[in-house]
Design a protein around this ligand. Structure first.
Ligand SMILES: *Cc1c(COP(=O)(O)O)cnc(C)c1O
Length: 387
């Protein structure tokens, strides 16, 4: 389907549905094949060669093998690419598998072994870049110090906005300008393409933990990167070689998730706005982290809305956070985010535990993912847990 004349909400419902009428079906088919018939040896071989090099399967060829290509996952990728304004998208077994593939494709495969990480980052990303698993060197820096951190052998700049867990807004275009031609990857998990299109601001890649808003129902672990066609080839080459593929059933669930993504984000954001306003007047809350009052100019230009993640700093620190998280009844005390139900967790103890102490969020900070429940019920739950 060519989509440029359609609005975002319509693309979310219809993208990736090509050819369903010819198949005589309305729901998206789930292809669970681990292997695929080969038309003959020559075309089977050509298909294998194309796929292991990271390309799409040739038109007259075969998908060959489930680690190389899956049509259900490809439909999800096509739909996500349409929403991100990208040529292509590549889905992975998790957000961290996607991040790993990006580092392998842009650094290990090119010999540029240095990565710049713009803090704050999700704890798992911070730990992956800080650790020794990928054979890289890294420099962590603040958003305004990227230019100084770039080296001759820098292969990738990794940034996140809104950033986890303090909802810092980072100017993508400013980081891209400082990167001076080095590819910039933006973790777009918190904003989703409903609120932010990183590629339109010069980023090379827009990464998702699709586990979060894109899946949206707390039942899929997945990752994806939307990007240009050439980068997609490099990422698929890593995916086929390392086997970090997404299961077709997960691809189906993510594709279904996309259809309601704009509606969910708007409704959850509406709830989050009410909750942030209520929290701001509560005496036990020292600070509310919610970018609805952003004065940097990023909200309204790069970011279309403040989203549905709200963090708070509690007066009473860790002990108060312990009481608060254990007393909530409508909110579930659990990591992850972006689903239809509200979650609460303590970043310093859990999601950001692996981050170096000087860069770790404070022990007084609690992060909430606001869901689709009625805002009155969520506020009543917060009130009883605080008092
Ligand atoms: C959860 C998360 C990740 C990691 O994704 P997984 O699907 O858990 O591997 C990366 N970035 C952000 C912002 C996240 O919230």
């Amino acid at each position: 389907m060519s989509t440029p004349d359609l609005s975002f909400d319509t693309i979310a419902v219809h993208a990736g549905r090509d050819g369903l009428a010819e198949l005589g079906v309305h729901a998206l088919p789930i292809d669970l094949s681990s292997t695929n018939p080969l038309p003959d040896i020559a075309r089977g071989g050509d298909s294998y060669e194309a796929l292991t090099a990271g390309h799409h399967p040739p038109a007259d060829g075969s998908n060959v093998y489930g680690r190389l290509w899956n049509p259900t996952v490809a439909r999800f990728e096509q739909a996500l690419a349409a929403l991100e304004g990208a040529d292509d998208a590549v889905a992975f077994a998790s957000g961290m598998a996607a991040m790993t593939a990006a580092v392998l494709a842009l650094c290990a495969a090119t010999g540029r072994r240095h990565v710049v990480g713009v803090r704050p980052l999700y704890g798992g990303t911070d730990a992956l870049l800080a650790g020794d698993l990928l054979g890289i060197e890294r420099t962590f820096c603040a958003p305004d110090a990227v230019a100084d951190a770039i080296r001759d052998d820098t292969g990738l700049v990794v940034m996140e906005t809104p950033a986890n867990p303090t909802l810092d807004l980072v100017d993508i275009g400013a980081v891209v300008a400082q990167a001076g031609g080095v590819p910039v990857l933006v973790d777009n998990t918190f904003a989703t393409p409903v609120l932010q299109l990183p590629l339109a601001h010069g980023a090379r890649m827009s990464l998702h933990s699709a586990t979060k808003y894109i899946g949206g129902h707390g039942d899929v672990i997945a990752g994806a990167i939307a990007c240009d066609a050439e980068t997609a080839v490099a990422l698929r080459r890593v995916r086929t070689a390392t086997g970090s593929v997404l299961h077709p059933l997960a691809g189906y669930l993510l594709h279904r998730g996309l259809t309601t993504l704009p509606v969910r984000i708007r409704a959850q954001q509406h709830n989050a706005g009410r909750i942030a306003a209520w929290l701001r007047q509560h005496p036990d809350i020292a600070r509310v982290f919610y970018p609805d009052a952003d004065t940097s100019g990023i909200l309204g230009t790069q970011l279309r809305g403040p989203g549905a993640m709200v963090s708070i700093a509690l007066r009473g620190g860790y002990e108060k956070a312990e009481r608060f998280t254990s007393r909530l009844r409508v909110f579930t005390h659990a990591v992850s985010l972006g689903g239809v139900d509200s979650l609460v967790q303590h970043p310093a103890a859990i999601s950001h535990r692996q981050v170096a102490p000087d860069a770790r969020p404070g022990a007084d900070i609690v992060r909430m993912s606001i869901g689709l429940e009625h805002a009155d019920d969520l506020i009543a739950d917060l009130a009883q847990a605080l008092d």
